[in-house]
Design a protein. Structure first.
Ligand code: NAD
Length: 295
């Protein structure tokens, strides 16, 4: 069993850390917010008083933070963990961040003899809770081998996407597609509702027809069609719309750098931006459904 420092205990980090405890690992946890730390303490974790105090004598440091600026701040900026992490520790950043920051972290880590891998995830809060996440890992062969077993305690698909940054690139492609699918599914459901269809019936029909997709399967954006999804809980919990907007921006940035044509991604990004600008950024991203409402 390994000793793990887990930093960032939000919607995703808390259930991921809980699964590592369940698997028998020794967890030291840290977040800027007290409540998830206390809940994990009841399950057996130790609470660190700071990020710096969490990393002493651990085999792995896992970070699950909102965006690139938080991750850079943790390792290179105000917390400067790179100056204090032992050379035997492997750092796993599971946050979804930009490829440029990921590559910068990898270069800086190499300079001081540290090992870092990017391992963003897919599967949402439900997948994090059930331990069925997909991990997209950017790492050397050796580092991938060294982290695979630990990640398998939190996910069921552990993919080696390529070298440093490849995990983040795969994640940007996946979430651009997810953003497009959620917007498209919302548009189709609202069209049906406006023309007198029952959204439950329509969802069932599309789920068993060629419109089938992940959002219809497990994340229906229309309230009260499915139980235990954010749309049936006033769009609370889940994946914040502003985080989806961040991911669509990451995909757009990559498309600009590679001169790729991503018209559907660009249009969907604008829809999420518009929906955030009218005050919905903190709600679950499936709230984009209301962008297409006639009311
Ligand atoms: P969240 O906002 O719920 O959680 C982030 C946590 O990080 C918060 O608890 C915050 O207090 C903490 N934090 C921020 N800065 C910190 C610091 N310097 N030190 C310690 N803690 C700090 O976000 P989330 O939904 O858990 O998402 C985390 C990451 O995972 C994001 O990059 C997101 O894009 C990605 N992601 C989220 C989902 C999802 O469904 N929510 C799915 C896949 C990937």
């Amino acid at each position: 069993m390994s000793k793990v420092a887990f930093i960032g205990l939000g919607n995703m980090g808390e259930p991921m850390a809980a699964n590592l405890i369940k698997a028998g690992h020794d967890l030291v946890v840290f977040d800027l917010v007290a409540a998830p730390q206390e809940r994990l303490k009841k399950q057996g974790a130790k609470i660190a008083s700071s990020a710096l105090n969490s990393i002493q004598d651990v085999d792995f440091v896992i970070s699950m933070l909102p965006a690139g600026k938080h991750v850079e701040g943790l390792y290179l900026g105000e917390s400067a963990l790179f100056n204090n992490i032992s050379k035997n520790t492997i750092i796993i950043d599971c946050s979804t961040i930009d490829v440029a920051t990921t590559k910068k972290l990898s270069t800086e880590a190499e300079k001081v003899g540290l090992n870092i891998v990017d391992a963003p995830v897919s599967g949402g809060v439900a997948g994090a809770t059930a331990g069925t996440l997909s991990f997209m890992v950017g790492a050397t062969e050796e580092n991938f081998y060294n982290v695979k077993e630990l990640l398998a305690n939190m996910g069921k698909n552990i993919f080696h996407a390529g070298d440093a940054g490849a995990g983040q690139m795969a994640k940007a492609c996946n979430n651009m597609l997810l953003g497009i699918m959620m917007a498209g599914t919302s548009e189709a459901l609202q069209l049906g509702i406006a023309n007198g269809l029952d959204p439950k019936k329509l969802s069932e029909i599309m789920l068993n027809s060629s419109g089938r997709n992940w959002t219809l399967e497990v994340y229906n954006p229309c309230p009260d069609v499915q139980e235990n999804v954010p749309s049936s809980n006033d769009y609370e919990g889940g994946f914040a719309l502003d985080l989806m907007l961040k991911d669509m921006n990451l995909a757009l940035q990559a498309s600009l750098e590679s001169k790729s044509s991503t018209p559907l991604g660009s249009l969907s990004r604008s829809l999420y931006a518009q929906h955030s600008n009218i005050g919905n950024g903190h709600k679950d991203f499936s709230n984009i459904f209301n962008q297409f409402s006639k009311n």
